[in-house]
Design a protein around this ligand. Structure first.
Ligand code: HEM
Length: 472
């Protein structure tokens, strides 16, 4: 007990692990699950030693709410992560620390991505347009087995492209293709992801031979990615006309023309790149888990289709306004977000001042993580949390019950900037696909694709799998 426990007075109790590495050797198989297990011993607000630093992890909704929502100025910082800092110089919204530049970037991003900038309707319109194309591309597979997940990545990336540059791109367009292959290159190459993850936690590893070569390789990749974005943005600027704001990038140029503080060229490139990186595989991956659930539990697919056909038929456009007439579809999506928690931990937060939380003292500068997976899997809150049961969100009158305990996008001022984009893409694409196609497992496969095989990194993305989409 003494070897594994904290001793700093007033600091949340928890695990120290081993000298130099802390608890890292224990958390490889699923850090969110392991830390949640430990929290049963220490309480929901607990600490873990990561390398040489003591982090605080919040393992339930109440502590996350009390920190991130009720004390926003104290719990909304971002720690400097030396590994990332060499790539992005702590630029881009997700990495920037709490302060004036964060506030400027965040309110600009909210204006554009959540509504009043280029319009909430516009996000929906863009997703609807992309979805029409997606349906055509699925139809073109003519019922043969294929990896729909890859097409979903492209479709979501194109929604973000349209939001940033003004219109969807042709999949064959050289600029879009260059961006998309640079963005996804990391997944194709044999990238030693574990080594990257370890260097994120233990920066001293960066100077050891094997790690330093992985780091070099990653740095090269990131430079290439930045080069691609720099070129695309420079090309876009040639046609900039301030009387016709096409999207995020034009709106940023306007801020630059006005001389608004903090709106540098370098920030634009990192911010724009980050929206693709944070948005593409997360929203597409969620749809991928949805398809896997439909294949594993075909009765859910049937129920979805029946509801959709009854609510909007086969030809009316699918828009967000359809949501109110589809309780089961809402329940399916909410359960999906809970059951397959795409982002198990929040991005690391940092205390910007000395803070008090749940009777504990957390000094300024401490890394604080929200364990979203724990909130979604707490057996004190959820009956049979490891089962996929959309019905848990339908009340006895058949209405959908929105739960504030399902928090896939985090809480407070650092919550997901793109949640509206993600929600539109997930709802509209799912509904449009289910009403046009029936999804089956690959008939050549001897067993169903696993419904729990996903990346164990920052995002829980399903492993690619084949399926058949039979047009109805
Ligand atoms: C299902 C899809 C998605 C999920 C589950 C998700 C989840 C999250 C979570 C948990 C965070 C961290 C919150 C925190 O640190 O407390 C986050 C941050 C962020 N997300 Fe998402 N996200 C999704 C899609 C998107 C999309 C589509 C975009 C952009 C188009 C996006 C852009 C961002 C950005 C920029 C941040 C950083 C915000 C900040 O630091 O202020 N995300 N997201």
């Amino acid at each position: 007990m003494s070897f594994f426990s904290q001793s700093r007075p007033g600091f949340p109790p928890g695990r120290k692990g081993l000298p130099l590495v802390g608890v890292i050797p224990w958390v490889g198989g699923g850090p969110a699950q392991k830390i949640f297990e430990w929290s049963k011993e220490y309480g929901p607000i607990m600490s873990v030693r990561m390398g040489s630093q003591d982090w605080v992890v919040l393992n339930d909704y109440d502590s996350m709410h009390q920190g991130f929502v009720e004390q926003p100025t104290k719990f909304s910082g971002r720690p400097l992560i030396p590994l990332l800092n060499q790539y992005n110089k702590s630029l881009g919204l997700g990495s920037v620390d709490y302060g004036d530049s964060f506030k400027a970037y965040r309110s600009f991003g909210e204006k554009i991505l959540r509504g009043s900038g280029i319009g909430a309707k516009t996000i929906e319109d863009r997703v609807m347009k992309e979805t029409e194309h997606l349906v055509e591309v699925i139809r073109a597979q003519e019922g043969k087995a294929f990896v729909l997940l890859f097409l979903l990545d492209k479709a979501v990336a194109n929604c973000i492209w349209s939001l940033q540059f003004g219109a969807r791109s042709d999949y064959e367009d050289p600029s879009f293709n260059r961006m998309f292959s640079a963005l996804t290159k990391r997944d194709d190459s044999n990238f030693a992801g574990t080594a990257i993850g370890l260097m994120g936690l233990l920066p001293c590893l960066m100077s050891f031979p094997f790690f330093s070569s992985v780091n070099e390789e990653f740095l090269e990749y990131y430079k290439h990615l930045l080069g691609v974005f720099t070129d695309i943005i420079a090309e876009h600027k040639k046609t900039f006309d301030k009387s016709n704001i096409r999207g995020f990038v034009d709106a940023y140029f306007v801020e630059q023309e006005k001389g608004t503080k903090h709106f540098t060229e370098e920030e634009l490139i990192q911010y724009s790149l980050e929206l693709f990186k944070a948005g593409t595989q997360t929203a597409a991956g969620m749809l991928g888990w949805g398809l896997l659930c439909m294949i594993h539990y075909p009765e859910t697919q049937t129920k979805l289709r029946e509801e959709i056909n009854q609510a909007i038929g086969r030809s009316a456009p699918v828009s967000m306004s359809c949501k109110s007439s589809m309780p089961y579809t809402n329940a399916f999506i909410q359960e999906l977000m809970r059951y397959r928690t795409m982002v198990p931990f929040t991005v690391p937060h940092k205390t910007s001042e000395d803070a008090e939380l749940g009777g504990f003292n957390i000094p300024k500068g401490v890394t604080v993580m929200g364990n979203i997976w724990a909130v979604h899997n707490d057996p004190n809150v959820w009956e049979e949390p490891n089962k996929f049961k959309p019905e848990r969100f339908i009340n006895k009158n058949g209405d959908f019950v929105q739960s504030n305990r399902v928090i896939p996008f985090g809480l407070g001022p650092r919550d997901c900037l793109g949640y509206q984009v993600a929600q539109s893409a997930i709802f509209i694409m799912l509904v449009a696909m289910v009403r046009r196609f029936e999804f089956f497992p690959d008939p050549e496969a001897t067993e169903l694709p696993p419904n729990d095989a996903g990346a164990k990194g920052n995002f829980y993305i399903p492993s690619p799998f084949n399926l058949v989409a039979k047009e109805i």
